[in-house]
Design a binder for this molecule. Sequence first.
Ligand code: RRO
Length: 310
Amino acid sequence: MSALDFSTKIGSKRFSNPIFTASGCASSGSELAQFLPLDEIGAIVTKSIMTKPRTGRATPRMAETPSGMLNSIGLQGPGIDTFLEVDIPWLVSQQAKIIVSIAGETVDEYGVLARRLRAVNGISAVEVNISCPNVENRGQVFACHTDTAAAVIEAVRRNIGGELPIVAKLSPDVTDIVEIARSVINAGVDGLALINTLLGMVIDTNTMKPKLAGKTGGLSGPAIRPVAVRAIYQVHQAFPNTPIVGMGGVASGRDAFELILAGASAVSVGTATFGDPTAVIKIKNQLSELLTQRNFDNFRDAIGFAHRGV
Ligand code: RRO
C-alpha cells in the first residue's frame, strides 16, 4: 500500500497534516516548543489577539467539570504590536505554520487587526474569533446573529486583501448554526472553525457562590465532543465545499477521525494539551495509523465520509 497523503487545504493554503493546536490552549506556541518541534504540527493557531494588551478577567478563571473544564480567561494577551514584534518572528524561526486568531470589541477593531496582518510574512490564515463567550456584554457575541457575524467578516475581508484565507470561528450557543455559517460564507470566508466553547457555570456548594470570578465560562473537553460532531455534520451537509477546522474535546486519533468523518478538513486539539503537552503529536500519529488501517491512502477522502450513502 502507498504512503498516506496526509495533507489538507484551507482556501489556497496547504498544510502538511490536518492536526492543529486550538486557539487559546497553546498561546503562541513557546510553551509547547520545549516538548515537541512545532514544525511537526499541521498549524499553530495562536490565542486570539486584540488591538491592545489585555489582562483578562479576574481569577479564579478555570474550573473542573465532568469530562471537561470551564474557562473565563477574557482575552488576556499582549496586543497586536508585541504579537507582531515578538511572537510571529519567533514562530517563523521555528518553521511553524501559523494561523493567527483575532478578536475585537467592535467591527472596526477587526478591520484594524486585518489591516495590520495583511503585509505580514509567514502567516497561512486568519481565524476570526467572533464567538468568545467571556465578553462583558453578552449582546456583543458577533457569532450569535447573522448580521453582526457578516459585518465582521466583511470588514476583515475588505482590509486583509485577497491573499490570506479567512476562517470564522462560530459559537454552538445558537439556535441554527447553519444560518450563521451561511451568513459568513456569503460575507467571504474561506473556511469555518467549529466549535468555540459552550457557555456554562459551576456553583461551589460549600461557598454557595459561583466558582469562577467571572461567574460564567466556556465549557470545553470531551463533554462537548458530540456537540462539535453535530455542528460539523450539519454545516458540512449544507456547505460541503467549505473547509471546516473542527474542534471540541478531541483527545485521541479516534476522536479526531470522528470530526473528520462528520466533515472536518482539519482538527484542532485544545483542552487535551493541558493534561499532555505532546497530545497534538500523539493524536496526529494515532490518526495516521487509523486512516491506514481503514485503507485510506489520501486523508482528504475521509472528510465527510459519514455523509456518503446516507
Ligand atoms: O479568552 C477567553 O476567555 C476565551 C476565548 Br477568546 C474564546 O474564544 N473561547 C473561550 O472559551 N475563552
